[in-house]
Write a protein of this length. Sequence first.
Length: 288
Amino acid sequence: MVLIEDQDWQEAQRRFALIRPLLSASVRSRELVAEVAGGYGVHLTTVYRWIRLYESTRRVSSLVPTKRDGGRGRSRLDPEVEKIIRATIEDFYLSKQQRSMQQTCTEVERRCRNAGITPPHPNTVRNRITALTDRVKMERRRGKRAARQQFAPSVGHFPGADWPLSVVQIDHKLRQYFIIPYRDTSHPPISLWEMREVRRQLEQEGREQVDENLIFDAYERMRAQEEQSVGDTRRVRRAQARRAHHSQAEKPARVIQAAFGQAASGAAAADVNDVPDVEPFEELEELS
C-alpha cells in the first residue's frame, strides 16, 4: 500500500463502492450491472472486469488503475522478445536473400521457442518491418546503388532553371493551353517554333546556360536577320523584274534602221556610227 499513490488509491475505493452492491446481490442480472455502469459513466464490460478483479483477490488494491509501460510509439513486449525481433529483422530480413515477411515471422517464432520465450503475434513482427523506410529496406536487401538510383535526387543543371517558376513544363496530353507569363513582361510574345530555333542557335554558339535575357537577345538578332533577308529578297526581285522588262524592249540599232529605211544587209546597215548626230533644240523658235 505504501507504493500506491493517493490518487490511485482513492480511485480504487470509488470502484469498490460502485461494485459493492453487485457483489452482495443474490441475482447479478445484466440489467442491474448496466444500471450501475450507467450511473458511474463507464461501459458495461468495464464493470464486469472490476468485479472479476476483486473476486479473484478479495482486495481493494486489485482495483487500483494499472499504468501501462508502453503506449503510442513505445513497445509493450518483454525486452528479450523485443531483442529477438530486432536481431531477426537485422540479420534475417534485411539481407541479400530478400526473405519475405512470413519467413521472418516464422524465424522469430523459432528463435523465441528455442530461448524458452513465448513468441509474439506475427502482426507484431510485421509492424516492426513496416515501420522501416523503403530506402533502408532497399539499401540493405538490394544494395546502396539500387537505393541511390531509386530514391536519391538526380543532381544536375536544367538550362534556365535559375529561380522559382523560371521554367514551366506542361503535359501536352491534356490538350489545354495556359498563358505562362515571362519574368520580364517587356519581352514580346514568341512562338514555340521561334523558341526552339533560338535555343538551337544558342547551342551552336556554345551557350551552356541559357536564361530569358539570352533567349530574347538571340530572338532580336534573328528577327533583324529575317528583316534584312526580306529586304534583300525584295531588292533582288525588283532587279530581276527590271532586267526582264529591259530584255523585252526594242534594240536601239533596229530603231535607227527603221527610221532611215536602210536594209538589214550591207556596210551601211552594219556601221551605225555613220548616222549623223541629231542634236535637239539647235534652232529655237521664238514665241510671240
